[in-house]
Design a protein around this ligand. Structure first.
Ligand SMILES: O=C(O)CCC(=O)C(=O)O
Ligand SMILES: [Fe+2]
Length: 204
């Protein structure tokens, strides 16, 4: 069983100056739980190379991904339709923990595996039409600490934050409408990182 690490989460402070809400809760898992979870997910998740569409060209990423749901459904992402896998027992437990801390519900989980700092994710918004509009996205980070950046679509203002091992970040309200986010590449990072984003998808 996962135990909650710290009850005094820093949940009130919005990291964005305007046009959205990003809350960083810090570490919500103990070091031991976070490390055990990381190792377990590395072994048990059905990791696949992702395919992204860049200027009409399909590119296979080095980063790996997997999509799990509370039920099996088709979803469209980067212009490609795929089918979710059923949440494993471990993912169900993590979902429960994230729902408890964030006081919201989710029905899907996208996992990304970055083998080291040479892999990242470019600026984008998570505003696919399958997603619940203005729904909260909860992001749990495990493994190597990485910088995460937000950039406002109009003012271009940038906000950087460090995502720690076992930490939770929430992106709420109009964040996806006005801001993009990215996981920048970094030569300094030599360890892998797993990120889980819990989302609410409209099931057809
Ligand atoms: O790896 C991360 O922290 C972010 C991943 C992300 O933005 C996404 O999956 O949409
Ligand atoms: Fe994203």
């Amino acid at each position: 069983m996962l135990s909650l690490f710290d009850q005094n989460f820093n949940q009130e402070k919005n990291l964005l100056p305007y046009d959205g809400e990003v809350l960083y809760y810090g570490k919500i898992l103990s070091q031991a739980d976070a490390t055990h979870t990381f190792q377990h997910l590395m072994k048990t998740i059905e990791w696949q190379n992702d395919i992204v569409n860049i200027f009409g060209k399909e590119i296979i990423t080095k980063r790996k991904m997997a999509w799990y749901g509370t039920s099996v459904y088709d979803y469209t992402y980067s212009n490609i339709t795929r089918r979710s896998l059923l949440l494993t027992k471990e993912l169900q437990e993590l979902l429960g923990k994230v729902e408890e801390v964030s006081k919201e519900n989710y029905n899907s989980c996208l996992l990304n595996l970055y083998h080291d700092g040479s892999e990242g994710m470019g600026y984008h918004s998570d505003d696919e039409k399958d997603m619940k509009e203005f729904g909260t996205i909860a992001s749990l980070s495990l493994g190597a600490e990485r910088k995460f950046s937000f950039k406002h679509k109009e003012s271009k203002e940038r906000i950087d934050i460090l995502l720690e091992h076992g930490s939770l970040l929430l992106m709420k309200g109009e964040t996806q409408k006005y801001w993009k986010h990215a996981l920048p590449k970094s030569k300094k990072v030599i360890y892998p990182r797993i990120n889980l984003t819990f989302r609410s998808i409209h099931l057809k």
